[in-house]
Design a protein around this ligand. Structure first.
Ligand code: SAH
Length: 508
């Protein structure tokens, strides 16, 4: 049976601007055909099970020619696959989407098109420029600044000037001086507001505010590169007042998230929504120890324990899995009391219909140990990482509380980027690294090398034990007030608040 091609607009770069329908198509794809212009954060949404074909460059570093792309789409669909062709912005706005669909239509291959958010509107919007506004313009013109090979620009500048609308030029960085000259020669006022937005909607976005006559000089001074938009018209004057995106508290800050990917979601997303350029670099991975005879034996004889204590959601997940494997459910817990190290772990219990009887005031191993020692009369069962902190068992042992400490998962250290990451770090290009456990510190060190120079970054730590591990290795640290993800996010934004103010004061 023949497959199908879905042409999906990926939006201008911010992964939040991929449509719901586009995201669903990606999730269901067998094959994804994309090119290098795609934003890395959007490409991260491609499921691991899908085969990826990068048509942006081949071994020779030349883009794959259009006729070859058309052929790839055809062949993959005819082989019965569900193919997503991902294109920047909207596929039909200077995206050659029409050409790709024509080939499919002629060959009788099924296809669909999912429109995307075009950079022509969105990059301007993130630069604080509404492309139409009742006081300034009543039409919007989207123009290519790219000439066909060997030809010169064929733009009717007289018609554009006469129309008095907002002009948005795509692919116009190289030809910008020629475009400006064309508009001036056609009689446009040299003081007409004009702007360029580079890397629009991405954390690296920059905006150049100018007038038509000063744009070439100002853009050159800033070194504006592709991809960038040129916007010409009265609406550009609003950019300074409305540029909300560049004012986000973490805009321009590059922050490394070291948690395992499955758990990076919330932290990375929260930092992104504050404008941070988040680098996801999972330095550790947790592997459940299954089967786990020690845990099975303890669970069979659960009435021997007064307390069952967890130090992470992973511990809860592994315990629950094992319980179900034994053919049991929550009723099996009977009167055993439940302790959780913090709200994240308590939430993992709550998701299984279980309420934690004890959560210490400070969310770390030492405080959990102290609180358990205060509360316990009988034996305690600890289901936690093989590398769990001794602070917990020490606290119990000191007070003569009996316990069984069973390792139910292991932490693996990953080696994702290594050299490139270390270079960025030492060059001061990583403003902060977030650590959510002592094991993420150790994983990070094995990634970049413990002898790296950490003086140009700061480790933002979820709690004291994590910070202690980072300090030991000479990483400058700050510690979140409470050991929760929200508190860590607050720490990150507070850490850069002063700098933002300083920067904005310096501006005239
Ligand atoms: N189909 C795309 C446009 C493809 S043409 C869309 O609808 O957005 C490529 C041009 O789009 C670039 O040369 C640049 O002018 C513009 N562009 C794409 N992404 C951009 C971004 N993030 N910021 C600014 N301009 C961008």
């Amino acid at each position: 049976m023949s497959g199908k091609v879905t042409l999906v607009g990926a939006g201008p770069g911010d992964p939040g601007l991929l449509t719901v329908k586009g995201r669903a198509a990606l999730a269901a794809a067998d094959v994804v055909v994309y090119d290098r212009r795609g934003s890395p954060a959007v490409l991260d949404l491609i499921p691991g099970t899908a085969r990826q074909i990068d048509v942006g460059k081949e071994a020779s570093r030349h883009p794959v020619p259009q006729h070859r792309i058309n052929q790839i789409l055809l062949e993959e669909a005819q082989a019965g696959h569900s193919v997503v062709r991902l294109k920047g912005g909207d596929p039909f706005v200077f995206g050659r989407g029409g050409e790709e669909l024509e080939t499919l239509a002629r060959a009788g291959v099924a296809f669909e098109e999912v429109p995307g958010v075009t950079s022509a509107i969105a990059a301007a919007a993130y630069g604080g420029i509404p492309v139409t506004h009742r006081s300034f313009s009543s039409s919007l013109h989207i123009i290519t600044g790219h000439a066909r090979e060997g030809a010169s620009l064929s733009i009717d500048f007289d018609a554009l000037v006469r129309a008095r609308g907002t002009l948005v030029f795509l692919m116009g960085v190289t030809a910008m001086p020629i475009i400006v000259q064309g508009l001036l020669e056609a009689g446009m006022d040299p003081d007409t507001p004009a702007a360029m937005v580079e890397n629009g909607t991405l954390p690296s976005q920059r905006r150049c505010d100018a007038t038509l006559s000063t744009l070439p000089r100002q853009a050159a001074a800033m070194g504006i590169h592709s991809p960038a938009l040129i916007v010409v018209g009265g609406v550009c004057a609003l950019g300074r007042e409305l540029c909300w995106f560049e004012r986000l508290p973490l805009h321009g800050k590059r922050i490394l998230v070291t948690r395992p990917r499955a758990r990076a979601g919330t932290l990375a997303d929260k930092l992104r929504s504050l404008g941070a350029d988040v680098v996801e670099c999972p330095c550790i991975e947790t592997i459940p120890i299954l089967p786990c005879p020690a845990m099975e034996a303890a669970l069979r004889d659960l009435s021997a324990y007064e307390w069952l204590a967890f130090t992470s959601p992973t511990g809860v997940e592994t315990f629950w899995f094992c319980l179900r494997e034994l053919g049991r459910d929550a009723r099996h817990l009977g009167g055993v009391k439940l302790a959780a190290i913090g709200p994240g772990t308590a939430k993992a219990l709550a998701e299984r219909g279980l309420t934690a009887d004890l959560v210490p005031g400070t969310y770390d191993a030492a405080h959990l140990g102290g609180a358990l020692a205060d509360a316990a009369r009988g034996k305690v069962l600890l289901l936690r990482a093989a590398e769990g902190s001794a602070a917990l068992t020490d606290a119990l042992a000191q007070r003569g509380i009996a316990y069984d400490d069973i390792a139910v998962y292991r932490t693996l250290y990953l080696f994702p980027h290594t050299r490139a990451l270390r270079e960025e770090l030492e060059a001061g290009k990583i403003d902060a690294v977030t650590f959510t456990s002592a094991s993420t510190v150790r994983g990070f060190l094995s990634t970049v090398g413990a002898d790296a120079d950490f003086s140009r970054t700061v480790g933002l730590c979820i709690g004291e034990q994590t910070a202690g591990e980072a300090r030991k290795h000479g990483i400058p640290v700050r510690v979140a007030e409470k050991a929760t993800i929200d508190s860590l996010v607050e720490l990150v934004s507070h850490s850069f608040l002063g700098e933002q103010r300083k920067e904005s004061k310096e501006k005239p």
